[in-house]
Design a protein around this ligand. Structure first.
Ligand code: COA
Length: 219
Protein backbone atom coordinates (compact mmCIF):
# COMPACT_ATOMS: atom_id res chain seq x y z
CA UNK A 1 0.00 0.00 0.00
CA UNK A 2 1.27 3.47 -0.86
CA UNK A 3 1.03 6.01 1.96
CA UNK A 4 0.99 9.77 1.37
CA UNK A 5 2.78 11.73 4.11
CA UNK A 6 2.84 15.45 4.79
CA UNK A 7 6.40 16.34 5.80
CA UNK A 8 7.43 19.86 6.80
CA UNK A 9 9.55 21.78 9.26
CA UNK A 10 7.83 20.64 12.44
CA UNK A 11 7.81 16.89 11.72
CA UNK A 12 10.89 16.51 9.50
CA UNK A 13 12.84 15.01 12.45
CA UNK A 14 10.47 12.02 12.27
CA UNK A 15 11.22 11.48 8.58
CA UNK A 16 15.00 11.82 8.32
CA UNK A 17 15.49 8.54 6.43
CA UNK A 18 12.53 9.15 4.13
CA UNK A 19 13.58 12.73 3.38
CA UNK A 20 17.05 11.54 2.48
CA UNK A 21 15.54 9.01 0.04
CA UNK A 22 13.24 11.72 -1.31
CA UNK A 23 16.10 14.14 -2.06
CA UNK A 24 18.13 11.31 -3.62
CA UNK A 25 15.07 10.31 -5.65
CA UNK A 26 14.70 13.85 -6.94
CA UNK A 27 18.38 13.85 -7.90
CA UNK A 28 18.01 10.56 -9.74
CA UNK A 29 15.02 11.85 -11.69
CA UNK A 30 15.95 15.47 -12.35
CA UNK A 31 19.74 15.35 -12.67
CA UNK A 32 20.51 11.82 -13.90
CA UNK A 33 17.36 11.17 -15.92
CA UNK A 34 16.21 14.62 -17.08
CA UNK A 35 19.74 16.06 -17.22
CA UNK A 36 19.05 19.30 -15.34
CA UNK A 37 22.75 20.16 -14.91
CA UNK A 38 22.16 23.26 -12.78
CA UNK A 39 20.99 20.97 -9.96
CA UNK A 40 24.15 18.85 -9.93
CA UNK A 41 25.69 18.36 -6.47
CA UNK A 42 28.45 16.07 -5.29
CA UNK A 43 26.29 14.53 -2.56
CA UNK A 44 23.74 13.12 -5.02
CA UNK A 45 20.80 14.93 -3.45
CA UNK A 46 18.59 17.52 -5.12
CA UNK A 47 18.27 20.17 -2.41
CA UNK A 48 17.96 23.83 -3.34
CA UNK A 49 17.24 27.19 -1.74
CA UNK A 50 13.50 26.48 -1.69
CA UNK A 51 13.81 23.35 0.47
CA UNK A 52 13.31 25.49 3.55
CA UNK A 53 11.65 24.90 6.91
CA UNK A 54 8.47 26.31 5.39
CA UNK A 55 8.40 23.94 2.42
CA UNK A 56 5.82 21.17 2.50
CA UNK A 57 6.83 17.85 0.96
CA UNK A 58 4.27 15.25 -0.03
CA UNK A 59 6.00 11.87 0.12
CA UNK A 60 4.62 8.71 -1.48
CA UNK A 61 5.94 5.84 0.61
CA UNK A 62 5.55 2.13 -0.15
CA UNK A 63 7.00 -0.34 2.35
CA UNK A 64 9.42 2.30 3.67
CA UNK A 65 10.56 3.16 0.15
CA UNK A 66 9.91 6.69 -1.13
CA UNK A 67 8.47 6.17 -4.62
CA UNK A 68 7.51 9.75 -5.50
CA UNK A 69 6.86 13.22 -4.23
CA UNK A 70 6.01 16.84 -4.77
CA UNK A 71 7.13 20.07 -3.09
CA UNK A 72 4.85 22.94 -2.11
CA UNK A 73 6.13 26.37 -1.06
CA UNK A 74 4.18 29.23 0.47
CA UNK A 75 4.23 32.26 -1.81
CA UNK A 76 4.78 34.55 1.17
CA UNK A 77 8.43 33.48 0.87
CA UNK A 78 10.70 33.34 -2.18
CA UNK A 79 9.74 30.69 -4.74
CA UNK A 80 11.15 29.29 -7.95
CA UNK A 81 8.85 31.57 -9.97
CA UNK A 82 9.49 34.71 -7.96
CA UNK A 83 13.28 34.32 -7.77
CA UNK A 84 14.45 32.29 -10.74
CA UNK A 85 11.80 32.58 -13.45
CA UNK A 86 9.89 35.84 -12.82
CA UNK A 87 9.81 36.37 -16.60
CA UNK A 88 7.43 33.39 -16.88
CA UNK A 89 4.63 35.55 -15.52
CA UNK A 90 3.22 38.62 -17.23
CA UNK A 91 1.13 39.35 -14.14
CA UNK A 92 2.57 40.51 -10.81
CA UNK A 93 3.15 37.34 -8.77
CA UNK A 94 0.83 37.02 -5.81
CA UNK A 95 2.40 36.66 -2.36
CA UNK A 96 -0.35 35.37 -0.15
CA UNK A 97 -0.75 32.78 2.63
CA UNK A 98 -3.55 31.13 0.67
CA UNK A 99 -1.47 30.53 -2.47
CA UNK A 100 1.26 27.85 -2.62
CA UNK A 101 3.64 27.08 -5.47
CA UNK A 102 4.25 23.45 -6.39
CA UNK A 103 7.36 21.97 -7.97
CA UNK A 104 9.45 18.78 -8.31
CA UNK A 105 6.67 16.29 -9.04
CA UNK A 106 8.33 12.91 -9.59
CA UNK A 107 7.60 9.22 -9.62
CA UNK A 108 10.34 6.58 -9.29
CA UNK A 109 11.04 4.92 -12.63
CA UNK A 110 10.01 1.44 -11.53
CA UNK A 111 6.58 2.78 -10.48
CA UNK A 112 5.76 4.53 -13.76
CA UNK A 113 3.26 3.22 -16.23
CA UNK A 114 2.14 0.97 -13.37
CA UNK A 115 -1.13 -0.81 -14.09
CA UNK A 116 -1.93 -1.06 -10.40
CA UNK A 117 -4.43 1.61 -9.46
CA UNK A 118 -4.27 4.14 -7.94
CA UNK A 119 -1.00 5.06 -9.66
CA UNK A 120 1.57 7.08 -7.75
CA UNK A 121 0.99 10.13 -9.94
CA UNK A 122 -2.77 10.02 -9.26
CA UNK A 123 -2.11 9.76 -5.54
CA UNK A 124 0.22 12.77 -5.70
CA UNK A 125 -2.37 14.89 -7.52
CA UNK A 126 -5.14 13.86 -5.10
CA UNK A 127 -2.84 14.47 -2.12
CA UNK A 128 -1.86 17.91 -3.39
CA UNK A 129 -5.47 18.99 -3.85
CA UNK A 130 -6.35 17.51 -0.45
CA UNK A 131 -3.53 19.51 1.17
CA UNK A 132 -4.71 22.67 -0.60
CA UNK A 133 -8.26 22.16 0.68
CA UNK A 134 -7.08 21.28 4.19
CA UNK A 135 -4.83 24.35 4.36
CA UNK A 136 -7.57 26.64 3.03
CA UNK A 137 -5.67 27.58 -0.11
CA UNK A 138 -7.51 29.47 -2.83
CA UNK A 139 -5.13 28.35 -5.56
CA UNK A 140 -1.79 26.81 -6.34
CA UNK A 141 0.62 27.74 -9.08
CA UNK A 142 3.43 26.07 -10.91
CA UNK A 143 5.87 26.32 -13.79
CA UNK A 144 5.70 23.18 -15.88
CA UNK A 145 6.45 21.74 -19.29
CA UNK A 146 3.56 22.27 -21.66
CA UNK A 147 2.99 18.51 -22.17
CA UNK A 148 1.37 18.56 -18.74
CA UNK A 149 -1.53 20.69 -19.97
CA UNK A 150 -3.66 17.86 -21.42
CA UNK A 151 -2.73 15.58 -18.50
CA UNK A 152 -4.11 18.07 -15.98
CA UNK A 153 -7.13 18.77 -18.16
CA UNK A 154 -7.90 15.05 -18.22
CA UNK A 155 -8.12 14.90 -14.43
CA UNK A 156 -10.28 18.01 -14.20
CA UNK A 157 -7.77 20.59 -12.97
CA UNK A 158 -8.74 24.12 -13.98
CA UNK A 159 -5.73 26.19 -14.92
CA UNK A 160 -5.11 29.80 -15.90
CA UNK A 161 -1.91 30.89 -17.65
CA UNK A 162 0.20 33.49 -15.89
CA UNK A 163 2.21 34.24 -19.00
CA UNK A 164 3.15 33.06 -22.45
CA UNK A 165 4.94 29.77 -23.04
CA UNK A 166 8.71 30.15 -22.88
CA UNK A 167 11.74 27.96 -23.58
CA UNK A 168 13.85 26.94 -20.61
CA UNK A 169 16.92 24.90 -21.55
CA UNK A 170 15.19 23.99 -24.78
CA UNK A 171 11.97 22.82 -23.07
CA UNK A 172 8.58 24.46 -23.69
CA UNK A 173 7.33 25.65 -20.32
CA UNK A 174 4.46 27.74 -18.98
CA UNK A 175 3.49 29.20 -15.61
CA UNK A 176 -0.11 28.61 -14.53
CA UNK A 177 -2.37 28.89 -11.53
CA UNK A 178 -4.68 26.03 -10.57
CA UNK A 179 -8.05 26.47 -8.94
CA UNK A 180 -8.65 24.68 -5.63
CA UNK A 181 -12.09 23.14 -5.09
CA UNK A 182 -13.58 20.06 -3.48
CA UNK A 183 -15.29 19.19 -6.77
CA UNK A 184 -11.87 19.11 -8.49
CA UNK A 185 -10.49 16.89 -5.73
CA UNK A 186 -13.46 14.52 -6.22
CA UNK A 187 -12.89 14.37 -9.99
CA UNK A 188 -9.14 13.80 -9.48
CA UNK A 189 -9.88 10.93 -7.12
CA UNK A 190 -12.57 9.34 -9.25
CA UNK A 191 -10.50 9.51 -12.43
CA UNK A 192 -7.39 8.24 -10.63
CA UNK A 193 -9.11 5.51 -8.58
CA UNK A 194 -8.21 7.20 -5.30
CA UNK A 195 -10.89 6.10 -2.81
CA UNK A 196 -10.91 9.17 -0.53
CA UNK A 197 -8.61 11.36 1.56
CA UNK A 198 -5.06 9.99 1.65
CA UNK A 199 -2.89 12.37 3.65
CA UNK A 200 -1.11 11.21 6.80
CA UNK A 201 -0.28 14.09 9.17
CA UNK A 202 2.10 12.25 11.48
CA UNK A 203 3.72 14.63 13.98
CA UNK A 204 2.39 17.80 12.36
CA UNK A 205 -0.77 19.76 13.04
CA UNK A 206 -3.65 18.45 11.00
CA UNK A 207 -6.11 21.21 10.13
CA UNK A 208 -9.78 20.51 10.73
CA UNK A 209 -11.21 19.40 7.40
CA UNK A 210 -13.59 16.81 6.16
CA UNK A 211 -13.60 15.19 2.75
CA UNK A 212 -15.89 12.30 1.89
CA UNK A 213 -14.95 8.68 1.31
CA UNK A 214 -15.39 7.95 -2.39
CA UNK A 215 -14.91 4.18 -2.58
CA UNK A 216 -18.43 3.78 -4.00
CA UNK A 217 -17.61 6.14 -6.92
CA UNK A 218 -14.14 4.83 -7.71
CA UNK A 219 -13.56 2.09 -10.28
N1 COA B 1 7.93 14.78 -21.99
C1 COA B 1 6.78 14.46 -22.60
N2 COA B 1 5.93 13.52 -22.13
C2 COA B 1 6.28 12.89 -20.99
C3 COA B 1 7.48 13.18 -20.29
C4 COA B 1 8.33 14.18 -20.84
N3 COA B 1 9.48 14.53 -20.25
N4 COA B 1 7.55 12.39 -19.19
C5 COA B 1 6.44 11.60 -19.21
N5 COA B 1 5.69 11.90 -20.30
C6 COA B 1 4.44 11.29 -20.73
C7 COA B 1 4.77 9.98 -21.42
O1 COA B 1 5.09 10.20 -22.76
C8 COA B 1 3.51 9.20 -21.30
O2 COA B 1 2.52 9.61 -22.22
P1 COA B 1 1.33 8.67 -22.67
O3 COA B 1 0.60 8.26 -21.40
O4 COA B 1 0.49 9.54 -23.54
O5 COA B 1 1.98 7.52 -23.34
C9 COA B 1 3.02 9.62 -19.93
O6 COA B 1 3.67 10.88 -19.63
C10 COA B 1 3.28 8.56 -18.90
O7 COA B 1 4.57 8.68 -18.42
P2 COA B 1 5.33 7.57 -17.58
O8 COA B 1 6.67 8.12 -17.24
O9 COA B 1 5.29 6.27 -18.28
O10 COA B 1 4.54 7.26 -16.25
P3 COA B 1 3.70 8.01 -15.19
O11 COA B 1 2.46 8.56 -15.79
O12 COA B 1 3.52 7.05 -14.07
O13 COA B 1 4.60 9.24 -14.62
C11 COA B 1 5.67 11.35 -14.52
C12 COA B 1 4.59 10.51 -15.21
C13 COA B 1 5.79 12.68 -15.28
C14 COA B 1 5.26 11.63 -13.07
C15 COA B 1 7.02 10.61 -14.57
O14 COA B 1 7.34 10.36 -15.92
C16 COA B 1 8.16 11.35 -13.93
O15 COA B 1 8.34 11.32 -12.71
N6 COA B 1 8.99 12.01 -14.73
C17 COA B 1 10.19 12.67 -14.26
C18 COA B 1 9.89 13.95 -13.52
C19 COA B 1 9.35 15.03 -14.42
O16 COA B 1 9.70 15.11 -15.59
N7 COA B 1 8.53 15.89 -13.82
C20 COA B 1 7.98 17.00 -14.52
C21 COA B 1 8.82 18.21 -14.47
S1 COA B 1 7.91 19.59 -15.19
Amino acid sequence: MIEMHVVRGDNSHLYEAELDQYFRGRYEVYVRERGWKDLERPDGRDIDQFDTEEAVHILAVENKEVVGGRRMNPTTSPTLLSEVFPNASLLPLIRSPDVFETSRLWVARHKRGDRTRPRVESLLHAATMEFALAAGLSKTRTLFETWWIPRFQRIGWKMHPLGLPLKIDGLNCIAVTFEVAESIWVETCVKGSVPGPVLIWHGTTQPAYHLPELAHAVA
